[in-house]
Design a protein around this ligand. Structure first.
Ligand code: 3HC
Length: 286
C-alpha cells in the first residue's frame, strides 16, 4: 500500500518515517525544496545513529530509507491509498491543500489531516469526498509516540474510520476516539498546562524550576517548558489560540510572554532559543 504525506516539517517528516518503518511505500511531498532537503537529511542522520547504536543493521536502514521518497510535486499523491496532510495549522492553507489533493488523488483514497485541533468537518467540506476525510493526530516525535488520536468529521463514514483504525494498528499506534472540538483530547489538557507554566515564568519563576517541579514531582519525561521548546513555541501558542477562540472561554487566554517570544523569533529548539538556548545540534546549552 502506498502512502503520501503532504508537508515535510517536523511532523510530516516524522509521519513519513513512521509509515516507512512499518513497511509502507511513502512519498513525502512539500512545495518547499529546502524543507524536503532538511527532512531527508534529518531522517538519514537519525537512522545512522540507530545503526551506530546497534539498534538497526545497515541493510535494514537501507530498506527503510528505500521505501521513503521525497517529492515537490503534488501529482505524486496519485496511486496513494492514504494521504496524510501535515502542513502548518492554518485553515485556509489546509482547505486549499485538501481541494488540490481531492482533484488529484484516486477516487477511493482516504484523506486524513494531522491537524492538532482545527475542524475536520470544515477541512472535509473543501473536498468532494467529505465521507473519506478524517483527523489522525500524531504526537511529536511521531515515530516514537505511541498515540494516534482519531477524529471523525460530521460526514466521515464508518469504512473510512475503520480503515484508518486498522492502519494505525499496523504502524504500531494505539488509538483514542477524540471529540471534534478544539485541541481534541491531548492538547486540550496538555497545552493549557504549558501555557500556565509560561505564566509562571512571566511572574518570575525560573524555567528550570518549573520544569524540575513537573519532572520530579510528576515523573514527566520533559518539563512543560522543555516540551514547548521541543515542539515549537509558535506551534504551542497556535494551539492555545485555537482553544481560546474555539471555546470563547477566557480560561484559555494565551500567555503574553509566548506572544512576545514568537515575535522575537524565540521559537524553541528549532530557532536556537526558546525558554532555553540550544547549539546547532539542538543540544541545550543554557
Ligand atoms: N524524531 C524521531 N525519533 C526521535 C526523536 C525525533 N525528534 N527524538 C528522539 N527520537 C528517538 C530516538 O532516536 C530514540 O530511538 P531509539 O531508542 O530507537 O534509538 C528514542 O526516540 C529515544 O530517544 P533518546 O534516548 O535520545 O531520548 P529520551 O529517552 O530522552 O526520549 C523523548 C526522548 C521520546 C522525546 C522523550 O523525552 C519524551 O517522551 N518526551 C515527551 C514528548 C511529548 O510529550 N510529546 C508530545 C508533544 S505534544 C504534541 O505532539 C502535540 C502536537 O499537536 C504538536
Amino acid at each position: 500500500m502506498k502512502v503520501a504525506v503532504i508537508g515535510a516539517g517536523l511532523m510530516g517528516s516524522g509521519i513519513a518515517q513512521t509509515f516507512a518503518q512499518a513497511g509502507y511505500e511513502v512519498t513525502n511531498i512539500d512545495t518547499f525544496p529546502a524543507s524536503l532537503e532538511k527532512a531527508g537529511a534529518n531522517v538519514a542522520r537519525l537512522f545512522e545513529k540507530k545503526v551506530a547504536k546497534g539498534k538497526l543493521t545497515e541493510e535494514e536502514k537501507k530498506k527503510i530509507l528505500g521505501r521513503l521518497t521525497y517529492s515537490g510535486n503534488m501529482e505524486d499523491v496519485k496511486g496513494a491509498a492514504l494521504i496524510v496532510e501535515a502542513v502548518p495549522e492554518n485553515m485556509e492553507l489546509k482547505k486549499s491543500v485538501f481541494a488540490t489533493v481531492d482533484g488529484l488523488a484516486d477516487p477511493d483514497s482516504i484523506l486524513v489531516s494531522n491537524t492538532s485541533g482545527l475542524s475536520i468537518s470544515e477541512i472535509a467540506a473543501a473536498t468532494k469526498r467529505p465521507n473519506k476525510v478524517m483527523g489522525a493526530h500524531f504526537f511529536y516525535p511521531a515515530p516514537v509516540m505511541k498515540l494516534l488520536e482519531l477524529i471523525r468529521g460530521i460526514a466521515t463514514d464508518d469504512k473510512t474510520y475503520e480503515t484508518m483504525k486498522e492502519i494505525a494498528k499496523q504502524i504500531g499506534k494505539t488509538t483514542v476516539d477524540a471529540p471534534e472540538l478544539p485541541g481534541f483530547m491531548v492538547n486540550r489538557i496538555l497545552v493549557p498546562m504549558q501555557n500556565e507554566a509560561a505564566f509562571m515564568v512571566m511572574e518570575g519563576c525560573k524555567p528550570e524550576d518549573v520544569d524540575n517541579a513537573m519532572k520530579l514531582g510528576c515523573n514527566f519525561p520533559m518539563g512543560p517548558l522543555e516540551l514547548t521548546d521541543f515542539v515549537g513555541v509558535d506551534i504551542m501558542l497556535g494551539t492555545m489560540k485555537g482553544l481560546y477562540s474555539g471555546f470563547s472561554d477566557s480560561k484559555y487566554r494565551p500567555c503574553p510572554l509566548l506572544e512576545n517570544m514568537v515575535k522575537a523569533g524565540r521559537l524553541g529548539k528549532k530557532s536556537g532559543q526558546g525558554f532555553y538556548r540550544y547549539d546547532e545540534n539542538g543540544n541545550k546549552v543554557g
